[in-house]
Design a protein around this ligand. Structure first.
Ligand code: FAD
Ligand code: NAD
Length: 468
């Protein structure tokens, strides 16, 4: 192997592997370095993909038990096969990780397994499994080393009873109960998975809303929806300590009136955010700077404080989302090729894969209020949608926020069936700076969930809904 490359990407998650593919497509001699045997990073192996596999399986189980009878399908004695649930998930992960390896080979990208560590700003050492080291040189380096779960002061994750999402996605047996610290994205997705199969789930959230970074109305509605599958969401609760008692955990917290309380459960899942990961990367041997939160500092071109070293994805600032890392991977490859790429961070959608799903793009109502930006609101409930009633999917709503003067769409927030896919049309509309009226002049197939968006735009534009 010739150890000199044009581009070396460190980390094979969605940021890294997409950066490598784009670099190879643009003619760069490219290598990707991954410390684990499987490619794909957090997203493929312990994040997006396994979580979605378990969300899909458990939603089917829940539907069979909760809605099939009403549809006229009698399925007495539907049983859960927990080991099979996990086995299918692992198979989905395996296929996706192999898919990433296939893409690397197809694009003639050199795959090197081992821990990458900078010896200087232009030299990288990779320590392989057998402890042997290889030296690599490159014109450009792209750091895409991702993130790891955070914890709270005083809480030690032992991976046995006090766990992170990684362990929660691979439990050996169905637990009876689980306490989840944090009602953010991981908290509510994992709560959905386990509550649907009959686990007693309690979420302890520090803020006054679930998914607190999204529009407030979404969190309120989601709390009600999760309660229907038995999730108890305790808001304004601050966890003080978690103790592994052998067969159970004891979680102590201050409740909403600051009184100390304790609950026990089989497991405590700590889901209080993730921290950028740069351990072992040897940044101290370079002039690459990190900020107070450990994130690699980059400029508007995703260039670190060293000219030839770029960083993308969870290891830098911004939302920790697979598609954000992918956009950045493409950006860096095109930038070093001399092209003029662009990322509109305002239009990166956020999705929560509960059922119904939650999806958002643009400004929340709180942000508009805080910045004293006037807005019109159009809100349409799925209970008024013929398609949703036919499918027994009437929970949730679409909320659009638009500029009162010109009608420009400022934000779209959906909680409802297939919200994850519906949000794409809002992203397209906002990219082309369409107005609420433009969005009402388009034909929406009937009956579809997307009609709820048209109705919300009709309300926001002042024309009035046709079906409410
Ligand atoms: P990562 O995917 O973290 O990949 C980094 C890679 O770098 C890893 O493979 C690591 O082993 C490797 N690495 C680190 N250091 C070195 C080194 N020194 N040498 C060699 N290799 C190294 N996002 C979404 O958009 N949608 C979702 O549905 C979603 N679901 C999620 C569910 C869960 C449970 C979790 C935990 C996360 C989820 N995310 C989701 C977030 C998403 O997984 C991350 O935003 C994404 O994986 C970040 O990509 P990345 O390329 O920056 O890093
Ligand atoms: P998060 O930031 O979404 O949520 C963490 C939650 O923990 C917040 O609601 C916060 O208020 C709460 N919290 C913090 N300290 C607390 C305390 N002491 N007691 C109780 N609650 C406390 O983080 P996450 O859910 O761990 O997810 C990590 C990252 O992974 C996120 O950035 C997310 O973007 C990504 N992710 C994305 C998806 C998706 O796109 N569907 C799914 C899973 C994870």
């Amino acid at each position: 192997m010739d150890n000199n490359f044009d581009v070396i990407v460190i980390g094979s998650g969605p940021g890294g592997y997409v950066a490598a593919i784009r670099a190879a497509q643009l003619g760069f001699k490219t290598a990707i370095i991954e410390k684990y045997d499987k490619l794909g990073g957090c997203c493929t192996n312990v994040g997006c993909i396994p979580a979605k596999a378990l969300l899909d399986s458990t939603e089917l189980f829940h539907l069979a038990n909760s809605k099939f009878n009403e549809h006229g399908i009698n399925t007495p004695g539907v049983m859960l096969n927990f080991p099979q649930l996990m086995k299918r998930k692992s198979e989905v992960v395996r296929q996706n990780a192999n898919g990433v390896a296939f893409l690397m080979k197809k694009n003639k990208i050199e795959i090197i397994h081992g821990i990458a560590s900078f010896l200087s700003s232009s030299q990288l050492q990779v320590t392989q499994k057998d402890s042997s080291a290889i030296m690599l040189g490159s014109k450009y380096f792209i750091i895409a080393t991702g993130s790891k779960p955070s914890t709270l002061p005083g809480i030690t994750i032992d991976k046995k009873r006090i766990i992170t999402s990684t362990e929660a996605l691979s439990l050996q047996e169905k637990p009876a109960s689980m306490v989840i610290i944090g009602g953010g994205v991981i908290g509510v997705e994992m709560a959905s998975i386990y509550a649907r199969i009959g686990v007693k789930v309690t979420i302890l959230e520090f803020m006054n809303s679930l998914i607190p970074t999204m529009d407030n109305d979404l969190g309120k509605e989601l709390k009600k929806i999760l309660a229907k599958v038995g999730v108890e969401s305790l808001l304004n609760h601050q966890v003080k300590s978690v103790i592994n008692k052998g067969n159970e955990v004891e979680v102590t917290f201050l409740n909403e009136v600051k009184a100390e309380q304790t609950i026990t459960a089989d497991y405590c899942l700590v889901a209080v955010g993730r921290t950028s990961f740069t351990q072992g990367l040897g940044l101290e041997n370079t002039s690459v700077k990190t900020d107070s939160r450990g994130k690699i500092v980059v400029n508007e071109n995703l260039q670190t404080t060293v000219k030839g070293i770029f960083a993308i994805g969870d290891v830098i600032d911004g939302p920790m989302l697979a598609h954000k890392g992918e956009e950045e991977g493409v950006y860096v490859a095109e930038y070093i090729k001399g092209q003029k790429p662009h990322i509109d961070y305002r239009l990166i959608p956020s999705v929560v894969y509960t059922w119904p799903e939650v999806a958002s793009v643009g400004s929340t109502e709180d942000e508009l209020k805080k910045n004293k930006i006037p807005y019109n609101q159009g809100k349409f409930p799925f209970s008024a949608s013929g398609r949703a009633r036919a499918a027994m999917e009437a929970d949730g709503f679409v909320k659009v926020l638009t500029d009162p003067k010109y009608g420009e769409v400022l934000g779209v927030h959906i909680i409802g069936p297939r919200a994850a896919d519906l949000i794409a049309q809002a992203v397209i509309g906002m990219h082309f700076e369409t107005t609420d009226e433009d969005m009402t002049r388009l034909s929406y197939a009937h009956p579809t969930y997307s009609e709820a968006l048209k109705e919300a735009y009709l309300i926001a534009s002042g024309q009035g809904a046709l079906n409410l």
